[in-house]
Design a protein around this ligand. Structure first.
Ligand SMILES: NC(=O)c1ccc[n+]([C@@H]2O[C@H](COP(=O)([O-])OP(=O)(O)OC[C@H]3O[C@@H](n4cnc5c(N)ncnc54)[C@H](O)[C@@H]3O)[C@@H](O)[C@H]2O)c1
Length: 370
């Protein structure tokens, strides 16, 4: 198969869909890989490095999109990209369609078969292609919170870990999945007082064992969320209902009762966010303030550490990408986990939660993929 890797064009996004190491694997499996010039600049992989890995270098995105049978990217296609997609082509990337009706319409109109990294599953029902970026984002969330807590950034002027004789920050993590666990690990490592809230009791039990009492676990309810959030210095939004918009756990009214200069880091912003007052920001302008509470809502946090992130992402996507390159959409029908990744195919929505969130009709992949 001819596989295309365009340069990412979203603001401040420096990751790349295939690393040179991954390109070698595709080429070794007999595929042709076309990489847009400069696609690897953000991870210090020049065109020559891709050339040595066996890729052909394309002069423009237009060339990549028109020649490739499968496009492998990182972020959801931007408008100029989705206009270049066509029926019969596979798009393998993050999509986050539930809160994004415009992109969904664009993809439906293009006729492309779009497989979303974030809804591909594994045998344990987890999301293996979301996990590596969630690990990165969870760890970064505490760095972002530490930065925003500084007085000159509008924060409370608290050091996350405190010092002997002065208490540390209170960090509340909403959602104890991958993002939440890695955020809790970093916060606890810095010496913060950490609470993690989740709806899943089995998950809370796992976290209790994992952190050996170093982190408080609490069942997520209206009452516990209020109690924790009102006394927090930092709240990390890390909930996920797969394929659906994030539940708004913290309302505008609740925000008014939070400490002035407290920081919320809404990592779940790519699914619409779990604070009513969140809206997506970029690395260029990452924060804004509402009712004295600093909001950090960057939708592509791992993009700021592209070297770590691109390698972590490729480690996870490689086997699925190779299966798609070898078998095309047959791979989707053969593998129930890859099938869960198919969000849009030739103008119809093939993921139930995405269809429900957007109020659009849903069709099973096996009915429409032939
Ligand atoms: N902003 C970014 O750059 C970035 C990067 C990576 C991931 N994310 C996003 O972060 C979010 C979390 O991802 P994840 O990999 O940790 O997901 P996950 O599935 O591992 O964890 C989500 C957790 O939320 C819990 N949950 C669901 N509803 C809840 C509720 N009402 N109260 C409390 N907990 C609840 C679930 O039980 C689960 O444990 C996703 O939206 C993901 O897309 C954003």
């Amino acid at each position: 198969m001819r596989v295309g890797v365009p340069r990412e064009i979203k603001s401040q996004e420096y990751r790349v869909g295939l690393t040179p190491g991954a390109v070698r694997e595709y080429v070794a499996a007999g595929h042709e890989v076309l990489v847009e010039t400069g696609a690897g600049d953000g991870i210090n992989a020049a065109d020559e490095v891709y050339g040595r890995a066996g890729a052909k270098i394309a002069a423009s995105a237009a060339e990549v999109f028109s020649a490739a049978e499968m496009i492998v990217k990182v972020k959801e296609p931007q408008e100029e990209e989705w206009k270049r997609l066509r029926p019969g082509q596979i798009l393998f990337t993050y999509l986050h369609l539930a809160p994004d009706p415009r992109q969904t319409k664009g993809l439906m109109e293009s006729g492309v078969s779009a497989i979303a990294y974030e809804t591909v599953t594994d045998a344990r029902g987890h999301l293996p292609l979301l996990a590596p970026m969630s690990e990165v984002a969870g760890r970064l969330a505490i760095e972002a919170a530490g930065q925003s807590l500084k007085r000159f950034n509008g924060g409370r002027g608290i050091l996350i870990g405190g010092v002997p004789g002065v208490p540390p920050a209170r960090v509340v993590v909403l959602g104890g999945g991958v993002v939440g666990t890695h955020a809790a690990r970093m916060a606890a490592g810095l010496g913060a007082e950490v609470s993690v809230l989740d709806r899943s009791l089995p998950r809370l039990r796992e976290l209790d064992e994992l952190f050996e009492g170093r982190v408080r676990t609490r069942y997520s309810s209206l009452a516990t969320i209020e109690e924790e959030v009102f006394s927090a210095d930092v709240v990390i939004g890390a909930v996920l209902v797969p394929g659906a918009s994030a539940p708004k756990l913290v309302t505008r009214d609740m925000l008014k009762q939070m400490k002035r200069g407290a920081v919320v880091v809404d990592v779940a912003i790519d699914q619409g966010g779990c604070f009513e007052t969140s809206h997506a920001t970029t690395h260029a302008h990452p924060v804004y303030e509402v009712d004295g509470v600093i909001h950090y809502c960057v939708a592509n946090m791992p993009g700021s550490v592209p070297l770590t992130s691109s390698h972590a992402l490729n480690n996870a996507t490689l086997p699925f990408g190779l299966a798609l390159a070898a078998r095309g959409l047959k791979a989707v029908l053969e593998d129930p986990h890859l099938k869960n990744g198919l969000n849009v195919h030739r103008g119809v929505i093939t993921h139930p939660a995405v269809a429900k969130s957007l109020g659009l009709p849903f069709r099973h992949a096996e009915e429409v993929v032939v």
